[in-house]
Write a protein that binds this ligand. Sequence first.
Ligand SMILES: NC(=O)c1ccc[n+]([C@@H]2O[C@H](COP(=O)([O-])OP(=O)(O)OC[C@H]3O[C@@H](n4cnc5c(N)ncnc54)[C@H](O)[C@@H]3O)[C@@H](O)[C@H]2O)c1
Length: 335
Amino acid sequence: MRILITGAAGFIGSTLAHRLLDRGDEVLGYDNLNDYYDVRLKQARLDRLTPRPGFSFVKAALEDRAALEAAFDTFRPQRVVNLAAQAGVRYSLENPRAYVDANIVGFLNILEACRHKGVEHLVYASSSSVYGSNRKLPFAVEDSVDHPVSLYAASKKANELMAHTYSHLFGLPTTGLRFFTVYGPWGRPDMALFLFTRKILAGEPIDVFNYGNHSRDFTYIDDIVEGVVRTLDRVPGPDPAFDPMQPTPASSSAPYRVYNIGNHTPVKLSRYIELIEEATGRRAEKRLLPLQPGDVPDTEADVSALMRDTGYSPGTPVEVGVRRFVEWYRDFYRV
Ligand SMILES: NC(=O)c1ccc[n+]([C@@H]2O[C@H](COP(=O)([O-])OP(=O)(O)OC[C@H]3O[C@@H](n4cnc5c(N)ncnc54)[C@H](O)[C@@H]3O)[C@@H](O)[C@H]2O)c1
């Protein structure tokens, strides 16, 4: 299959690209390599993909309609995985416009291109952050998600709504994936595991928000990629069980689905730090701080919808995943 991956120089996108190339798909990567975090890391991810047969790459932004349309015209993707986005909860308090540009305008361009170029299936990244102020755990796709607590979360929820209209009006099959705190080798430098590992190895103190008491459904990168591949291969149709008199947010009379992809085993932040200490062989010096605005205290995925439709649910234990990350980090940065 010909598959266009946006955000292919990113953490999840680059890992997914390898996985699809391994099974013989042709992949066009699309990414603007912006400087939200270290561009050398993005370039290093890309450098491992570029020599692989079946891989090609376009450096451009989602907002650049002409470049995006040209990429669709030349490559003629059958399926599209949209992972390019302005990510990060905390940064959305400082730079809200970046989220509207990449996640709203950019996503509209993706929808329009998919609509006009006859794409069979659009899979796109949503986020566990859409659950916002919900406190009913685990978070289920049947729950309402109308209380986002950051603009990042609102932009992801907006993507789901926009996708639904395109599924309904133009019959474009779409699948939204709510990823839960993804971690692992080639990960993101703005996320806790990366920040903590860097500081612990450098002998610097780490900032521990919510005094280490919040819990996260940390999900290993390979499990996320497995979930993306399983859902990518399953083009949704209208759900015959959908009842407009009792509408569930998870499905529709349109070819539209959303799934949680999470480890369904929440881990306390303080435990996560212990695992980094074990893997690095160093003690962390902790600066205990209150919960940050925009953050949610706990996350946990209900993955029954994913399991029902794809027969898969993530399961890599954090003990294994953190060790693999620290090994990769030490090797990559030679520390
Ligand atoms: N990593 C997580 O824990 C997590 C959790 C939930 C959701 N997500 C979502 O999954 C997707 C991938 O996340 P990631 O962790 O790989 O992030 P990432 O930042 O590593 O990857 C995103 C890539 O998209 C590119 N990009 C950003 N804006 C762009 C634009 N306007 N045009 C073209 N390229 C652009 C970036 O250069 C980057 O390489 C994102 O949509 C993110 O919001 C991630």
